[in-house]
Design a protein around this ligand. Structure first.
Ligand code: PLP
Length: 321
């Protein structure tokens, strides 16, 4: 989860965290707009839990401020935005092929872009800024620091076969989510995932919002009850990345506070609890996620999960402190 933010630090830029939308859980364009400064170079959005962020709104902000839009689609391969694959409408989109994802090849990932210049730069970065571009003789390699980000042939071969399975993997998670939605409809204080306008959802995580204040039961008690009923993959909250020690202590390279104490960082960047109230409230109090991605759930499994949740909702009074 930290990868999206640390990727920014890897390129000597300083992450500034925007808040999320309380319903889609994706980055909130209004929060992004408020945080843009003359030093902002890009918007890095995540297509969280299985559906695209609001590309139109983010693109409008990026165009207005002449900055780039990057989208991390690690959790949403196969999701569509206005009928096109999530991640493909950014300046650069990125997918993960790690073991937790809809399709995987052990390790690896894919970058997509329609921009030839960015494509060339990413190919260079992948390969020590050398070799693969000799024929193309790029104009200027002077500030190119490449790495070995090459994907192995074997992983790539596995990924190609996996790609052929993506549609069915997505369809099976969509079937599971639709069954859960139907079975949980009408439970007081429980909001099942809402598919955003222009989007399809591929349910990396099936996110539940619990109205703790109305129900008067803590999330912890509900999660314990779910686990006791044998519901798999229950996650309480979703880590607020700005609360990681890396950001709290502002120590990334060495021990002296670089890069926040360098001349690159022209202003005080605040990572205090409170900067992203929506994300923080979801993480600390009101969000429960079900991991739908790691397994193929049969209809009978989903019905058992739904029955367990309905049973707990029938006994909420007993869970009150
Ligand atoms: C949103 C998001 N971005 C990035 C990553 C990192 O992907 P990888 O481990 O393939 O680098 C993950 C991994 O879980 C993720 O969920």
């Amino acid at each position: 989860m930290a990868a999206t933010a640390t990727a920014i630090l890897h390129w000597n830029a300083i992450p500034v965290f925007a808040d999320i939308d309380p319903v889609s859980y994706n980055i909130d364009p209004a929060s992004v707009e408020r945080l843009i400064s003359p030093r902002t170079r890009g918007i890095m959005a995540v297509d969280i839990f299985g559906q695209s962020c609001n590309i139109d709104a983010l693109r409008a902000i990026a165009t207005k401020h002449q900055i780039k839009l990057l989208v991390d689609t690690a959790q949403s391969p196969g999701a569509l935005y206005k009928g096109r694959h999530a991640g493909t409408q950014a300046d650069i989109g990125g997918y993960s092929l790690n073991y937790h994802k809809h399709i995987h090849s052990g390790e690896g990932g894919i970058i997509v872009t329609n921009d030839d210049h960015l494509a060339e730069r990413t190919r260079l970065i992948r390969n020590h800024a050398e070799c693969v571009v000799q024929a193309a003789s790029p104009a200027d390699l002077s500030n190119m620091l490449g790495y070995n980000f090459r994907m192995g042939e074997i992983e790539a071969a596995i990924a190609l076969v996996q790609l052929g399975k993506l549609k069915e993997r997505v369809a099976s998670r969509q079937r599971a989510a639709a069954e859960l939605n139907a079975a949980l409809a009408g439970l007081e204080g429980l909001r099942t995932p809402v598919v955003s306008k222009n989007c399809t959802h591929v349910y990396y995580v099936y996110g539940l919002h619990i109205d703790i204040d109305t129900l008067g039961v803590s999330r912890q008690r509900i999660a314990e009850a779910l686990r006791a009923e044998g519901v798999p993959g229950v996650m309480t909250g979703y880590q607020n990345v700005h609360m990681y020690p890396l950001f709290q202590q502002k120590i990334a390279y060495g021990t002296s506070g670089f890069p926040w104490n360098s001349p690159y960082c022209a202003r005080e960047v605040n990572y205090d609890f409170g900067i992203c109230p929506v994300a923080e409230d979801l993480h600390t109090r009101t969000f429960i996620g079900l991991n739908l991605c790691m397994c193929e759930f049969q209809s009978s499994d989903i019905q058992r999960v739904a029955m367990a949740i309905r049973k707990i909702w029938g006994q909420l009074n007993a869970l009150k402190d």
